[in-house]
Design a protein around this ligand. Structure first.
Ligand code: MG
Length: 347
């Protein structure tokens, strides 16, 4: 049901056909019956070659991402929710307010129209949660076997509230606290377990969610956030290494302070994964002076995605680019860059 059905009659109205990507009457019908009713907004409805979006003067955040997750639907989310939240979150963590997204779809011939509609509805729900509009899009269809159901690329623009500066990954300073917005490891395992069907009881659900509300609350309540990043591909371990390298600082993390859900820990032990390197889609790390750490965690906990927020470590003088984990028994080990991809096609 999730993949293109090899025996499906491609002439049927229930499946995507090559003509849906041809720009003719079938493309028009797909647009009018599926995309426009779902995403409806003035910039999209104008149906011009480019959407026109009003933005205030000042810097613009602009980002893009592609989504090839397999399977298309997994516990806690699907490729549509992921495609919206991924781009919204990349805008949010630089301190921008997401304003508009565009979406490019590459559909495989034979894809069930109902699956496409389900993905589109999910994108609309996520966009509404984030308060962002999808203002332009494109659809192409590739022959059966040349794609994998649906691939989506989203781009997004965001603006900065008056007087706010963009937040960079290079701003972490010695003496800063490291604050994590929630428990780690859920998304990567949710996707992997739904693909492999290992029959685990109580498998993790993806955490995929828009974080712009959480970030807006942080920026409003706590001045002086030095750095932020969402802990997506490569998980917390890789993101901490990125910030340590970009900021030229050392980072020390307390292993026992990092929230890892019991079902994530169990699945990781079974599969031989380190939860610190498993991707998240609704978790970020923020760096600010140690004196502001409690306030930061407190604001996070009052938002839906930040209920499990925790102060997990500190930024050290010297040791530029180095991330150290202080373990439960008090020993220290380097939390290194991971080599290669721990889990393929999870986003
Ligand atoms: Mg990111």
């Amino acid at each position: 049901m999730l993949k293109a059905n090899p025996s499906s009659p491609v002439q049927s109205d229930d499946f995507i056909r090559l003509v849906h990507g041809g720009g003719g009457s079938f493309s028009k019908r797909l647009l009018e019956e599926v995309f426009l009713p779902a995403f409806r907004n003035p910039a999209l409805d104008a149906l011009n070659d480019s959407a026109i979006v009003e933005v205030p003067a000042g810097p613009l955040a602009y980002t893009t991402d592609s989504f090839v997750v397999d399977p298309l639907f997994f516990p806690g989310g699907d490729i549509g929710r992921l495609a919206v939240c991924g781009t919204v979150n990349d805008l949010a963590v630089v301190g921008a307010r997401p304003v508009a997204l565009t979406a490019g779809f590459i559909l495989e011939e034979g894809l069930a129209l109902d699956d496409l509609k389900r993905v589109i509805r999910s994108m609309k729900t996520a966009a509404d949660e984030a308060g962002v509009r999808i203002v332009a899009g494109d659809t192409k269809v590739v022959q059966r076997g040349k794609g994998d159901g649906i691939f989506i690329s989203t781009s997004g623009i965001g603006v900065f509230e008056a007087g706010r500066r963009p937040v960079s990954g290079s701003g972490a300073k010695a003496g800063d606290a490291v604050v994590l917005s929630g428990p780690v490891g859920r998304h990567g395992l949710a996707v992997l377990l739904s693909r492999e069907n290992l029959g685990l009881r109580n498998p993790p659900e993806s955490d995929v969610a828009p974080l712009n509300g959480l970030v807006a609350a942080l920026l409003e309540a706590v001045p002086g956030i030095h750095a932020m990043r969402d802990a997506t591909r490569g998980g917390l371990g890789v993101v901490l290494n990125e910030i340590a390298a970009q900021s030229g600082v050392g980072i020390e993390i307390d292993e026992t302070a990092v929230p890892v859900p019991e079902n994530v820990r169990g699945a990781c032990e079974l599969l031989g994964f380190d939860p610190l390197y498993v991707a998240n889609e609704g978790v970020l790390v923020a760096f600010a002076e140690a004196g502001r750490a409690e306030a930061l965690a407190g604001v996070m906990r009052r938002t839906p995605s930040g209920a499990g927020a925790a102060i997990i470590g500190r930024v050290l003088e010297g040791q530029a680019g180095r991330v150290v984990l202080r373990t439960a028994i008090g020993s220290r080990r380097i939390l290194d860059w991971i080599s290669g991809e721990q889990l393929p096609r999870i986003c």
